[in-house]
Write a protein that binds this ligand. Structure first.
Ligand code: SER
Length: 425
C-alpha cells in the first residue's frame, strides 16, 4: 500500500462507521499555553474532552501533522520522527473500551490484512505513582477475545497512561497495538517481550480518556468517558512497504535517496531528512530561528542537519537542493512560493551562522582531533567558554573515534546551571 492508500483506507474505515471528518489544525496550538506544539491528534480537541466545547459530532476522524521534539534523541532509528502524521479517531461520550478495541482489531486485521499472530496488545497496570487510578483489567478481558494471553501485556504508567498533552488536561489509561517485524529487526537485546525495532507500536488504539490532571498533578474524573486513538501514518506505510524506516517510505523516497547518496550513512540520512522536513513544517507556520522556545528548536534542527553534512566534508549548499526535493513531496497543498522563499532565506541565514561558528571553533576542534581525546572538563569549557554546541562536539568526536564523556559533561552542565540559578535568586 502506498502512504496515500493507507491514509485513504484509515479515513474511509471510520467514515463508513459513522465517524465525521474534522479538519486537522496547524502545528501551533491555539489558546493552549501548556503546549508548544500540537503533539497528537487529540491536542486541538482538548476542550471537547473537558466539556468546555461541544464536539461537532460524537465520533470523529482525521489525520493531523504532529511535532514531537521529546523524541529528538531517538531520530535515526527506524520508527521515530520529530514530525509525523497521526491518523486519529475519537468517541466523545459515545462508545468506550469494547468498541474501540473491536474497531482497531478489525481495521488492522481486516482492512489492512495484518495477521493477528504478529500483533500484541498492551494494557495499563497501575502503581503507587497513580493514587486512585486502577489497572485497566477491563481492556485485558476484551483483548482475550482477540489475542492469546501471552500477547496481552501489562505495562506501567510510563508506558500505558497517556497524557496530558501539556502540563495539565485530559488523560487516561491506554491500550497499544504492537506489530512484530521479525527477529531480524531487533535493535538490541532487552529483557522484555517487546523488543525495540522488532516490535513496533503501530497504534495507540485507545486512550480511554476519563481523567483530568490539574497543574498540581491531581486527577479528577472527566464529565464523560471518551476514546482517543492515534496511529503513525508513516509507521503503517513502513510496514506495508517493508522499508527500513519511516523516512524511507514511498513518499520520501526521492529526497531520501538524494541525501543518502551523499551521506552514505542510514542513521544520518534519516536524521537529516527528518530535521529538514520538520524545519519546513515549522517555517511554513511562521516560526523563525532564534534562541528561545520554538525558534530555538528550529535552529537546533537545522544545525544538526548541517553538522551531519559539514563534518563529512560536504558543502552546506546541498541542503537547499534537499529542502527543495522534500518540498515537492511533503503533503502540503499550500506550500506557496512565498513559503519556499522563506525556507530558502532561513536556511541560508542559519548556514551563514553555522559557517561562522565553524570558523571560530575550527582551531579548538583541530586540537581535540590532534590530542585524540576530550575530557569532560575540556568539553565543558569548549561549550560554555567558546560557544561550541554539544551536538557538534559529540558528532565531531564520533567522526574522529574519540569517546565523548557525555555523562560527566552533562553533570558539569547541570552543576553550572544550578550555580547560575542560585546566583540569580
Ligand atoms: N493521544 C494518543 C497518542 O498520542 C492517542 O492518539 O498516542
Amino acid at each position: 500500500m502506498t502512504t496515500e492508500e493507507v491514509r485513504q483506507a484509515f479515513l474511509e474505515y471510520f467514515l463508513e462507521r459513522d465517524h465525521r471528518l474534522v479538519e486537522p489544525s496547524g502545528i501551533i496550538p491555539k489558546d493552549d499555553s501548556t503546549l508548544m506544539f500540537i503533539n497528537s491528534g487529540m491536542a486541538p480537541m482538548k476542550p471537547y474532552f473537558t466539556g468546555q466545547l461541544r464536539p461537532p459530532y460524537p465520533r470523529l476522524v482525521n489525520i493531523q501533522d504532529c511535532i514531537r521534539f521529546v523524541d529528538v534523541g531517538s531520530i535515526g532509528d527506524s520508527y521515530h520522527g520529530t514530525s509525523f502524521r497521526m491518523m486519529g479517531s475519537w468517541s466523545f461520550g459515545d462508545y468506550f473500551k469494547e468498541r474501540a478495541i473491536e474497531l482497531a482489531f478489525d481495521l488492522i486485521t481486516g482492512t489492512f490484512g495484518i495477521p493477528a499472530e504478529r500483533l500484541s496488545g498492551t494494557v495499563f497496570v497501575t502503581d503507587e505513582s497513580m493514587p486512585g487510578v486502577p489497572s485497566d483489567e477491563e481492556s485485558a478481558r476484551i483483548w482475550e477475545r482477540f489475542l492469546p494471553s501471552n500477547r496481552i501485556i501489562g505495562r506501567p504508567p510510563e508506558d500505558n497512561f497517556w497524557g496530558p498533552a501539556g502540563i495539565s488536561g485530559p488523560c487516561g489509561p491506554c491500550t497499544e497495538i504492537f506489530f512484530d517485524r521479525g527477529e531480524e529487526f531487533a535493535e538490541r537485546e532487552v529483557d522484555d517481550v517487546l523488543v525495540p525495532g522488532r516490535h513496533i507500536e503501530i497504534w495507540n488504539a485507545g486512550v480511554f480518556m476519563q481523567y483530568f490532571k490539574d497543574e498540581a498533578g491531581v486527577f479528577s474524573p472527566l464529565p464523560m468517558k471518551c476514546v482517543d486513538t492515534g496511529a503513525g501514518l508513516e509507521r503503517f506505510a513502513m510496514i506495508f512497504q517493508n522499508r527500513a524506516s519511516i523516512h524511507e517510505i514511498d513518499q520520501y523516497e526521492k529526497p531520501y535517496q538524494l541525501i543518502d547518496q551523499r551521506i552514505g550513512d542510514a542513521i544520518w540520512s534519516r536524521i537529516i531528512l527528518d530535521h529538514l522536513k520538520t524545519s519546513i513544517l515549522m517555517i511554513r507556520e511562521g516560526i523563525t530561528p532564534s534562541n528561545t522556545r520554538e525558534g530555538y528548536l528550529l535552529r537546533r534542527a537545522l544545525r544538526r542537519a548541517m553538522i551531519g553534512v559539514y563534518l563529512r566534508g560536504i558543502s552546506l549548499t546541498i541542503l537547499q537542493e534537499w529542502v527543495e526535493s522534500l518540498s515537492e513531496v511533503i503533503d502540503d497543498k499550500d506550500l506557496t512560493l512565498r513559503h519556499k522563499s522563506e525556507i530558502a532565506h532561513w536556511l541560508s541565514e542559519e548556514r551563514t551562522g553555522f559557517e561562522s561558528l565553524m570558523r571560530r571553533s575550527g582551531k579548538y576542534l583541530d586540537k581535540v582531533a590532534a590530542a585524540k581525546e576530550l575530557d569532560a572538563q575540556h568539553a565543558f569549557t569548549l561549550k560554555t567558554g567558546m560557544g561550541i554546541p554539544e551536538d557538534l562536539l559529540e558528532e565531531f568526536c564520533s567522526q574522529h573515534n574519540i569517546p565523548f564523556p557525555k555523562t560527566e559533561f552533562l553533570r558539569l552542565i547541570e552543576e553550572h546551571k544550578e550555580i547560575s540559578r542560585r546566583q540569580k535568586k
